[in-house]
Design a protein. Structure first.
Ligand code: PGA
Length: 255
């Protein structure tokens, strides 16, 4: 009942010409797979400068697009920031919030992320809310505490879960080539679903997609998808190459 989702986070990659080439290869690949859009949703998260041209490039295809970040205020003196209404105006359907690079490289606090989730949902967009523990936290046995707190902080205020997707991305697995085992991923996903169930009830939790992210590649996507609570993937590095992302999309559609 949960349609799987393959999402690609481009991070700070791709010029306009490169972005157009990647989208056109993805479109061609999807067109060559009849019925694929009935089995999997596909989303891409390009840099903010590319959102308007990407809207045009994906038009008429099953690919949806979103922003990697957005400020919680609609406008104001926030040099360097882009707001949710600005993102929405591009035609973007979704925004990533709480990616580990925003938390750990840019120091975004739980409070900031809570406000961002509220701003994204308040604007009627879908929010892909990322959670995950660091290596130190995992080794200290604090994974569930940390992830639970991240869920409570952003979603404790009675959100509309229908437009929320959770991405579980253990920080130690992002960009490191060190993927969580399928068992580790499933365990964390089951915990997240149980927590959502406590917060929002069993049927809302059962309907919410929980993606795994962290060094997802064509070679490991299928085994990760085997977990019953793994509803798709959030891909970084491997989504920058059309054939790799298409192979991952195939694995997600089959899972
Ligand atoms: P990665 O990134 O696939 O390159 O590990 C995942 C992410 O940061 O979303």
């Amino acid at each position: 009942m949960r349609k799987p989702l393959a999402a690609g986070n481009w991070k700070m990659h791709k010029t306009l010409a490169e972005a157009r080439a990647l989208v056109s290869a993805l479109r061609a690949g999807l067109e060559a797979r009849p019925g694929i859009s009935g089995r999997v949703d596909v989303a891409i998260f390009p840099p903010a400068t590319l959102l308007f041209p990407i809207a045009k490039a994906v038009d008429g295809s099953p690919i949806v697009f979103g922003a990697q970040n957005a400020h919680f205020e609609a406008q104001g003196a926030f040099t360097g920031e882009v707001s949710v209404p600005m993102v929405k105006e591009t035609g973007a359907a979704t925004v990533l919030v709480g990616h580990s690079e925003r938390r750990h490289v840019f120091g975004e606090s739980a409070d900031i992320l809570t406000r961002k989730v509220a701003a994204v949902l308040g604007a009627g967009l879908t929010c892909v809310y990322c959670v995950g523990e660091t290596l130190d936290e995992r080794e200290a046995g604090r994974t569930e505490r940390v992830v639970g707190d991240q869920l409570d902080a952003a979603l404790g205020g009675g959100m509309d879960l229908v437009r929320v997707v959770i991405a579980y991305e253990p920080v130690w697995a992002i960009g490191t080539g060190r993927t969580a085992t399928p068992q580790t991923a499933q365990q964390a996903h089951a915990f997240i679903r149980a927590r959502l169930s406590e917060m929002y009830g069993q049927s809302a939790a059962a309907a919410t997609r929980i993606l795994y992210g962290g060094s997802v590649k064509p070679g490991n996507a299928a085994e990760l998808m085997a977990g019953p609570d793994v509803d798709g993937v959030l891909v970084g590095g491997a989504c920058l190459v059309a054939d790799d992302f298409l192979a991952i999309i195939d694995a997600v559609a089959a899972g």
